[in-house]
Design a protein around this ligand. Sequence first.
Ligand code: DQA
Length: 143
Amino acid sequence: MNILILNGPNLNRLGRREPGIYGHQTMDECMEALRARYAGHTLQYFQSNSEGALIDRLYQADDEGTDGIVFNAGAYTHTSVSLHDAIRAIGVPVIEVHISNVHTREPFRHHSFISPACRGVICGFGMDSYRLAVEALIEAERA
Ligand code: DQA
């Protein structure tokens, strides 16, 4: 499968950003572990702090025939109708991912604009949330 891991704002700082919440692993380390574990699959990675760039990347993935997207939209999760619309507009299944359990955090993190447009949601398993989402996409393809 060709899977895109897509990260939104502030996730370029993983490893350094609030390690008490997000841990010490960098996204480079996470991608290296994922690529080693799922060597039979192609795992692409893209991160942007800009909403428009994330929307453009979703459409690019659709145009390229990407099989699935693992999407941590960061804080845009809680604000973005345009990301919701873009996910709905593409034919690629999207799994929403969060490193932290957003439901145990501030009330403004409890609502996701993108969940209704996504195939499923995984949150609260630290960086392992990304692996669980990749696993879910691969299993769904097999079923
Ligand atoms: C996050 C949770 C969001 O509320 C926050 O804005 C993030 C990261 C997570 O992975 O836990 O940037 O998506």
